[in-house]
Design a protein around this ligand. Structure first.
Ligand SMILES: NC(=O)c1ccc[n+]([C@@H]2O[C@H](COP(=O)([O-])OP(=O)(O)OC[C@H]3O[C@@H](n4cnc5c(N)ncnc54)[C@H](OP(=O)(O)O)[C@@H]3O)[C@@H](O)[C@H]2O)c1
Length: 271
């Protein structure tokens, strides 16, 4: 991968949603991009789209992050000749709908998948990419957490706990390595109109992934922890003014009613 003076960026979960938007936005600045996701077809499609739109080079790596440690030797080998400038740890997985911990279907398998996708991937990708950054004394690591990682979010328990890990991990790595030239940023969105959020039409409070990524990228090097987008920051400020007990009650109500309507939908499908 050559042809750009700027060190390449690596994005996980790059074939859709926020990850694809980060990749496209950075490519527009002339940065070569390494796209990592699980489906080769989609990777080839996105790589082609980015190359045509931004005249940069792309490289794709097929990896299913729901798997464990066995995945990372191959990623390490495929990245070994690159001087990565920015790593966006974006890949993530949430519940299909809010539910009680013990009512999640195939729950133990699901727990491992969620931890591998949300937690192991970020930790391992940082471990693979950061040594080169530290050697060169420059680099940025952007980790996608969630507003659900700021406040305990029942009925999304494993997701919320994983995203809290992302937040603590990011803040600790930043504290350890900031003086060695590394910026480590934690991004904590509310809703963004993506497949994961099951929102098709963007709104003011659930922006399109492109709007979101453009805004969030503007905060790199400025904010260490950010909601990434002004309307989400407003949401965060207003929510912060509501006492925790009241907020928890409101959240429980919203999540339980989402659970109920999803269960009804499932039941209707069965009948
Ligand atoms: N959207 C929101 O409202 C929201 C809110 C807060 C935080 N976030 C966080 O933002 C990040 C991106 O979310 P998003 O909404 O953009 O998600 P998304 O639209 O569902 O896209 C997820 C991306 O990750 C890839 N992916 C999923 N499972 C994978 C696996 N096992 N191995 C490799 N790649 C995999 C997907 O590939 P395929 O295309 O093959 O599925 C896709 O490229 C996540 O960390 C999420 O937790 C999102």
């Amino acid at each position: 991968m050559s042809g750009s003076e700027v060190e390449p960026i690596v994005v996980t979960g790059a074939t859709d949603g926020i990850g694809k938007a980060y990749a496209k936005e950075l490519a527009k600045k002339g940065v070569n991009v390494v796209l990592i996701s699980r489906s080769e077809d989609k990777l080839l499609e996105v790589a082609d789209e980015i190359e045509k739109e931004s005249k940069v080079q792309t490289k794709i790596i097929v990896a299913d992050f729901s798997k464990g440690l066995e995945l990372y030797d191959s990623i390490k080998t495929q990245l070994k000749d690159l001087e990565v400038g920015t790593l966006v740890n974006n890949v993530g997985m949430s519940y299909s709908f809010p539910n009680y911990l013990l009512e999640l279907p195939d729950r133990e398998e699901l727990f491992m998948k969620m931890i591998n996708i949300n937690v192991t991937s970020m930790t391992m990708m940082t471990s693979i990419v950061m040594p080169g950054m530290v050697e060169r004394r420059r680099g940025a690591i952007i980790n996608l957490s969630s507003a659900a990682g700021m406040t305990p979010t029942p009925f999304l328990t494993v997701y919320s706990a994983c995203k809290a890990y992302v937040s603590f991990f990011t803040q600790c790595v930043d504290a350890e390595y900031n003086s060695k030239g590394i910026i480590c940023q934690c991004v904590m969105p509310y809703f963004v109109a993506t497949k994961m959020a099951k929102i098709r039409k963007p709104t003011l409070f659930a922006p399109s992934p492109n709007t979101y990524a453009k805004a969030a990228l503007g905060s790199v090097g400025v904010a260490k922890i950010t909601h990434g987008y002004w309307a989400h920051s407003l949401q965060g400020t207003v929510t912060g003014l509501i006492p925790d007990v009241v907020m928890n009650k409101i959240m429980m109500g919203i999540l339980l009613s989402a659970r109920k309507s999803n269960l009804k939908k499932l039941q209707r499908k069965k009948e």
